[in-house]
Design a binder for this molecule. Structure first.
Ligand code: CAA
Length: 407
C-alpha cells in the first residue's frame, strides 16, 4: 500500500496588487517590500470570491485532473483560519458546491497556518487505517490573509487554496511519519479574536516564535534521520520548503537551520554553506510567496507547487523537507518524497498560467475592494458569472437572511 498524495491543484484569485504600487502609496521605499520582505505582488480577492469558492475551485481541478469521481471521496477536510461561520464548517459549503455525497466524513480544521498540515497528516492516518472503505480523502487549504490597511502586516497579505488528494495508491508524494518532528506552545504571537475581521499581530515576536519552533524541530528531525538512515539532514534533504508569511522569511529560516546544525566550521564557511544550499535548495520554492503572498494554511503546499513547476520531472526521487508553522503555536517538520506521479502532475499544475492571467489592480481599486469586503450586500449572479473560466467556476453572491449564497 502506497499511502500519500496522488495529485494536487492550486487556485489563486484573479486580481493582484504590486508591492511597488503599495510602497509608493504608503510612502515606503520600494526596496523595503521588494528586498526587505522579498515580495513582488500580492493576490487580491474580488467580491464574488471567498474562502469557500477558492476551495471549491481548487478541488474541482484536483478531482478532474486526477480522474476522481465525487463518490470516490470518503473524507473531506477543509483547513482554514478564514472560517466564514462560528459553527457551520467551510467544508460543508464546499461539499455542497462540489456535489459530494452524504456517505462522507466532512469537517473543518483550525490551527492557524499549521491547519493544512494537520489535515494532511490526519488524512494519511485515515488512509492507513482500515476504515476508508477503499475511498480517498480530499484535503483543502483555503485562506484570505487580510491585515489592517496601513499596518506592518499589510504588505504580507495574499489569498489562495490548495487541494490535495490523499489515497492508498499514491504515486506523487509519500511520507515517513516516524521521522516527523513537532513543536507546540501556548503563545500569543498572532491571533484573531471572535468578531475581528483582521488579526492582532505581534510581528517581531511571531518571527521569534517561528524560529524557535524551527530550531527545536530541526534538532529532532536531524536526530530522527540520523537514527533511521545514518545520514545528515543536509545530505538527506534535497529541497527545503518553509512556511512563508513573506518570501524573505525563507532567508531567516534557512539561516537559523544552518546555524543550528552544529557544523563546527568557521563563520565564513558557514555563510558559504548557507548561500550554496539556499540558492540550490530553497530559491526554487519561492515563486508563490513572492507573487501571491501569504496563503496561511496552504503556504508550504504552494511552495511545493512552485518547486514542482520549477524543477519539473527532475523532482522524481527527491526528498523535500517541509517546515509547517502556525501561530499560537504549532509546527511540524517532515520529509516528503516525490515519486513518479510528478511526470503526470507537471502537466496539470497551471500555476504559472493562473499567475499570467491575473489582472493587475491599482491602489484605488485595492482600497475600494478592501472596504467592499466588509459589506454584506448581495451580488448580481450575472456579474459574478461573467468571470467564469476554466479556473474560476464557483462564485459567492453575498449574504441574505444570514445565509451565504453561492452559484
Ligand atoms: N531597503 C531594504 N530593506 C529594508 C528597507 C529598505 N529601504 N527598509 C526596511 N528593510 C528591511 C528591514 O531591515 C527588515 O529586514 P530584516 O527583518 O531582515 O532586518 C525588513 O525590511 C522588514 O522591515 P521591518 O522589520 O522594519 O518591518 P515591519 O516592522 O514593517 O514588519 C513584519 C515586518 C513584522 C514581518 C510585519 O510585516 C508583520 O507583522 N507581518 C505579519 C506577521 C508575520 O508575517 N509574522 C511572521 C511569523 S508568524 C507566521 O509565520 C504565521 C503567519 O503566517 C502570520
Amino acid at each position: 500500500m502506497k499511502v500519500g498524495v496522488s495529485n494536487l491543484a492550486i487556485y489563486i484569485p484573479p486580481l493582484y496588487l504590486s508591492h511597488d504600487d503599495l510602497a509608493d502609496f504608503r510612502s515606503v521605499p520600494r526596496d523595503k517590500f521588494r528586498l526587505g520582505l522579498g515580495n513582488n505582488n500580492m493576490a487580491i480577492v474580488p467580491p464574488w470570491e471567498d474562502t469557500v469558492t477558492m476551495a471549491a475551485n481548487a478541488a474541482d481541478m484536483a478531482l478532474e485532473d486526477g480522474g476522481i469521481e465525487k463518490d470516490d471521496i470518503g473524507l473531506l477536510i477543509v483547513s482554514t483560519e478564514t472560517g466564514v461561520d462560528q459553527s457551520k464548517p467551510v467544508a460543508s459549503y464546499v461539499q455542497g458546491l462540489l456535489g459530494i455525497g452524504p456517505r462522507t466524513r466532512v469537517y473543518e480544521i483550525k490551527h492557524a497556518c499549521y491547519g493544512g498540515t494537520a489535515g494532511i497528516m490526519s488524512a494519511i492516518d485515515w488512509a492507513k487505517s482500515n476504515h476508508h472503505g477503499g475511498k480517498k480523502a480530499l484535503v483543502i487549504t483555503t485562506d484570505i490573509a487580510r491585515y489592517g490597511l496601513n499596518t506592518p502586516g499589510e504588505p504580507t497579505q495574499g489569498a489562495g487554496s490548495v487541494a490535495l488528494i490523499v489515497s492508498g495508491q499514491a504515486e506523487l508524494i509519500h511520507f515517513s511519519p516516524s521521522l516527523n518532528a513537532f513543536y507546540s506552545e501556548d503563545v500569543l504571537d498572532f491571533w484573531r479574536p471572535n468578531g475581528y475581521s483582521v488579526p492582532i499581530v505581534d510581528g517581531k515576536y511571531s518571527i521569534e516564535c517561528y524560529l524557535k519552533a524551527l530550531e527545536f524541530c530541526t534538532g529532532d528531525l536531524r536526530r530522527n534521520i540520523a537514527q533511521e538512515t545514518g545520514k545528515s539532514l543536509l545530505s538527506y534533504i534535497d529541497y527545503f520548503i518553509y512556511h512563508l508569511p513573506f518570501a524573505k522569511m525563507a532567508n531567516k529560516a534557512h539561516h537559523r537551520l544552518i546555524s543550528s546544525l552544529d557544523l563546527r566550521v568557521s563563520e565564513k564557511e558557514l555563510e558559504r554553506i548557507f548561500e550554496e544550499s539556499f540558492q540550490k535548495k530553497v530559491v526554487p520554492t519561492l515563486r508563490g510567496a513572492k507573487e501571491v503572498g501569504n496563503i496561511y494554511t496552504g503556504s508550504v503546499y504552494m511552495g511545493l507547487i512552485s518547486l514542482m513547476e520549477e524543477a519539473g520531472r527532475d523532482l522524481e526521487g527527491k526528498s523535500v523537507g517541509v517546515f509547517s508553522y502556525g501561530s499560537g503555536c504549532g509546527a511540524e517538520y517532515f520529509p516528503a518524497y516525490i515519486g513518479e506521479g510528478i511526470r503526470k502532475q507537471v502537466k496539470y499544475l497551471n500555476f504559472a498560467e493562473q499567475l499570467k492571467r491575473r489582472r493587475k489592480i491599482d491602489f484605488q481599486e485595492y482600497t475600494g475592494l478592501y472596504s467592499q469586503s466588509k459589506r454584506k450586500e448581495t451580488l448580481n449572479p450575472d456579474d459574478a458569472l461573467r468571470n467564469k473560466n476554466e479556473f474560476s467556476r464557483h462564485f459567492f453572491l453575498g449574504i441574505k437572511d444570514h445565509k451565504r449564497m453561492y452559484v
